[in-house]
Design a protein around this ligand. Sequence first.
Ligand SMILES: Nc1ncnc2c1ncn2[C@@H]1O[C@H](COP(=O)(O)OP(=O)(O)OP(=O)(O)O)[C@@H](O)[C@H]1O
Ligand SMILES: [Mg+2]
Length: 304
Amino acid sequence: MSIIEKALDKALELEQSSTHKKADQQDFLEKAAKLEAAAPSPEPAVEDAEAKKIHPINWSSLQAKGMLGPEMAYSQLAEEYRLIKRPLLMNAFPDGDNGIDRANLILVTSSVPGEGKTFTAVNLALSIAMERDKTVLLVDADVAKPSIAELLGISAKTGLIDLLQDKTIRFSDILVKTDIPNLTLLPAGKLDKHSTEFLASDAMKRLANELSARYPDRVVIFDSPPLLAASQGSVLATLVGQIVLVIESESTPQYIVQEAISKLESCEVIGCVLNKTKKGFGFRYYGYGYGYGYGSYGQQRAEG
Ligand SMILES: Nc1ncnc2c1ncn2[C@@H]1O[C@H](COP(=O)(O)OP(=O)(O)OP(=O)(O)O)[C@@H](O)[C@H]1O
Ligand SMILES: [Mg+2]
């Protein structure tokens, strides 16, 4: 072999080895790209951690508003909420079939603003969560004026409206676990001018059915807007099995309450809580030292 031939061979060898190197490099880059695509990106990992995080309830904020707290098991308020929750739970978890669809979905509403819906929904949720064998999902469905997360001292960016609006959001991502093991919060989510349409959507109906059916021991409590101030309350009433109508004592006129009840025809079970009474109702704990008396609860099944 001549020197020229040897030089040509060497050049060929070098070229082949560099082609191999290029092919290897290409192969490596492709594999890396595949691995990167398969691996979870850092963002969902953060979201997952957020979803699993336990959010402590700010008891002092609840206490400042005269609401239920861990130390209040024997208080008048706790006793009154036992009276309120008992018939609700009996309907939700009957011995046999009581014919009430989605009875474990409970809507707390009122005729006009400020009668005490949120106060009642949160106290009811706390009271039921204290039952050892029940879990509670508290839904802030007052999507135009959410207040539960703030009241509990929890910061929540996403919630119900985001879930209904964005198919990529998973239900588990927006749930907020609290330090009461049986109590989970579903916040309202972002404000949206189409929130009524979202609450009336098929997605919301599917969610309600799913919430009712998935866990047999779960109660879902919806805090809602007032019936006569927005249409969302009556839309939500079509989704639940039971309604708690909060009436502010000595404030809301009877004809207003009747008008509100006329918007609840879709639901068979309506109970009333007479809220902010100045006196108790002759219960055992009458005169126990609260500035307000709380509800009497009359349950009625609408005729027909
Ligand atoms: N039984 C009660 N005892 C003492 N304070 C109460 C009672 N019920 C409600 N409140 C207070 O009255 C105010 C209005 O109550 P709440 O926010 O629960 O009403 P709401 O019906 O949810 O109002 P909105 O229609 O604005 O959502 C709050 O400051 C709440 O703490
Ligand atoms: Mg409210």
